[in-house]
Design a protein around this ligand. Structure first.
Ligand code: GLP
Length: 270
């Protein structure tokens, strides 16, 4: 696993955006052989999306032959609901780039048969040839997508009950009213994520320090589902200084040293 330590959230976002752009461009995607991205919502990817939009406008990247799979969606919110992940993704990112509508995949939060929706989502990922680059954030309790503590590390796309901690954390998007936050969500599973060819996690801020500690230094553990990244062949975490507060000095210095030549985002551009 690689740990890329950046001074702040802005540089983290630039590093991540440049990494995504270089991966897409290197793959030279076509309509027949698109590049498949797994995409998150939340605050963690906001900076990266802004940078990607800017790079797209500057002509550095096209999303025409990119297929996306979002990680999760609240049960009960339709695509038009301002707090749905559908709405978030279109407003924040998709509306501003040249992605084709039919290449965007987000689980349907109002599906009549949720189990069938989950299976269909798994099938669609498989039919697309799997996810080339899975990008995720992490919750302060170590969850990836909505794989809350105790989620099976072999789990697939399914319905999950959200923890009180997550509901409280996400209530900031619902006028700070916990009663408005849906109690369940559809989420890709840890097993689904682990089958991606590459994983890139974005971890920013002191409130994520415990999660980063468990991801990097803790044992692989279902109570910190992010720790599964240790078992992936191509896992990268890009974090900022604030998120490193719970790492040992030795770990921190080790990754700064070993990644010394890779910390400048510009060096990643092809
Ligand atoms: C949410 C989402 C996750 C996200 C995480 C962190 O509940 N389901 O996909 O990574 O929590 O959110 P944020 O980036 O806003 O801190």
């Amino acid at each position: 696993m690689r740990l890329i330590i950046q001074p702040n959230a802005d540089q983290l976002a630039q590093w991540a955006a440049n990494y995504v752009v270089s991966k897409i461009n290197k793959a030279k995607p076509t309509a027949d052989k698109p590049f498949v991205l797994g995409l998150p919502t939340g605050s963690s990817p906001l900076g990266m999306y802004k940078k990607l939009i800017k790079m797209h406008k500057e002509g550095l990247v096209s999303f025409e032959n990119v297929v996306t799979f979002n990680l999760d969606e609240y049960i009960g919110l339709d695509a038009k609901h301002p707090q749905s992940y559908h709405f978030f993704m279109w407003k924040t990112f998709f509306e501003h780039i040249d992605i084709k509508k039919e290449n965007v995949n987000i689980p349907c939060g109002v599906a009549e048969d949720v189990d069938a929706e989950c299976q269909a989502y798994e099938d669609k990922i498989k039919a697309a040839g799997g996810i080339d680059l899975f990008i995720g954030g992490v919750g302060s309790d170590g969850h990836i997508a909505f794989n809350e503590p105790g989620s099976s590390l072999a789990s697939r796309t399914r319905i999950k009950t959200l923890t009180t901690k997550t509901i409280v954390a996400n209530s900031r998007f619902f006028d700070d009213d916990v009663n408005l936050v849906p109690k369940t969500a559809i989420t890709v599973g840890v097993g689904t994520i682990m089958e991606s060819k590459e994983i890139l996690l974005l971890v920013s801020g002191a409130h994520k320090a415990r999660s980063l500690y468990h991801a990097v230094e803790g044992p692989v553990n279902q109570m910190w589902t992010v720790s599964t990244i240790q078992l992936h062949r191509k896992g990268i975490i890009v974090c900022d200084y604030d998120a490193c507060s719970d790492l040992t000095v030795g770990t921190y210095k080790y990754f700064l040293d070993i990644e010394h030549d890779n910390l400048n985002p510009d060096s990643l551009m092809e």
